[in-house]
Design a protein around this ligand. Structure first.
Ligand code: PMP
Length: 351
């Protein structure tokens, strides 16, 4: 079966093999060396000197870790879809003081509204979803960053769960304080690990927060990492070995820039195909390089489409939530090849 859903993704056999690595102690020199090597490669992909940490959770765990450990007085959540909304839920479940700014599905975060909100001067933490997987909208981090760059008091948390390792996100140039990603998307690993970067500003802020939770306390995780390149609790060492192998491939075999280029080529091919046969859900100029959301303009029965494609060896992705029949999604991330993508799109074309 080929997984054409926007995560989890198909995983290279060498990466799966690495899961069988012999068990190692989580309090050994070996694990510290492994963590240091992983960190160094993740820093390259994010073009950052900031610490890069792992969380043995899915991406949502790292989102919660960041928001809860860094909001001092009041947070602003900027959302243009289901995953942006999740940050608001996380904030409310953690009893944080939060305001919610929601943009229509298919549209990006509006820069004028964003600027006006930050100019209120009442927020110390904000969240932005880079790549909204539910609608296929990719927000313009360059322009957003020019605005948040004028507000040094604000800690900026970016959800790059479905774009990291597929799209260039230069964390230091963009002044992102915490960037969060998951293993099972463009990174090309099985689910179960999250990665996050932490700037000096984020470190200063976490020290000013009284109640940060326990397991997802960014300060505890960060401090243990700085002391020993280890974690306060037992990390998912199997996935760390798999990550190590995949990072070596991305950095030294495929090449980071080549990986971004391949993602762009696949996205462009998909968008051209969609424009010929259907319509894109996301506004032009803000279409994601890792997943394309397609309006079901032909009125296909998408449950039937799913069953037909399954019989041909493909797992199809319907629209997210309320868009289950009105839209479908074509992922083009991780180690997917153009030939594979073309074959899949041909199958959809023939329905
Ligand atoms: N944010 C985005 C943009 C996502 O696509 C997802 C997963 N689909 C999440 C957050 C949540 O990640 P996880 O499932 O790894 O917790």
């Amino acid at each position: 079966m080929k997984l054409f859903i926007p995560g989890p993704v198909d995983v290279r056999p060498e990466v799966l093999d690495a899961l069988r690595h012999e068990q190692i102690s989580h309090r050994s020199k070996d694990i510290s060396i492994l963590q240091a090597r992983i960190e160094s490669n993740l820093q390259k992909i994010w073009y950052t000197k900031n610490a890069v940490l792992l969380s043995s959770s899915s991406g949502t765990g790292a989102m919660e870790m960041a928001l809860r450990s860094l909001t001092k007085k009041k947070a602003a959540v900027f959302s243009c879809g289901a995953f942006g909304d999740r940050f608001y839920e996380i904030a409310t479940y953690n009893a944080l003081d939060v305001d919610f700014y929601r943009f229509d599905d298919g549209k990006p975060i509006d820069l004028n509204v964003f600027e006006e909100v930050l100019n209120k001067g009442i927020y110390d933490t904000i969240t932005v979803t880079h790549n909204e997987t539910s609608t296929g909208v990719m927000n313009d981090l360059d322009s957003l960053s020019k605005i948040w760059g004028k507000h040094p008091e604000v800690v900026v948390i970016v959800d790059a769960v479905s774009s990291f390792a597929g799209v260039k996100i230069p964390v230091d140039d963009l002044k992102i304080d915490v960037c969060v990603a998951s293993s099972q998307k463009a990174l090309g690993l099985p689910p179960g690990l999250a990665v996050l970067s932490a700037s000096d500003k984020a470190v200063k802020r976490m020290n000013e927060i009284g109640y940060r939770g326990y397991y997802l306390d960014l300060k505890r995780v960060y401090e243990k990492h700085i002391q020993s390149h280890q974690y306060p609790t037992t990390p998912n060492t199997a996935l760390m070995h798999a990550l190590d192998v995949q990072l070596d491939y991305i950095v030294n075999v495929e090449g980071i820039e080549n990986r971004f280029k391949r993602h762009k080529e696949l996205a462009e091919y998909t968008r051209d195909w969609v424009n010929k046969h259907f319509e894109c859900f996301a506004e032009e100029g803000y279409r994601s390089d890792t997943v394309t959301s397609v309006i079901n303009s032909k009125g296909l029965d998408l449950d039937d489409v799913k069953a037909t494609l399954k019989a041909k060896g493909y797992i199809f992705s319907q629209g997210y939530g309320k868009y289950k029949q009105r839209a479908f999604r074509i992922p083009h991330m991780a180690d997917r090849t153009l030939d594979d993508l073309k074959a899949y799109l041909k199958e959809i074309e023939s329905l």
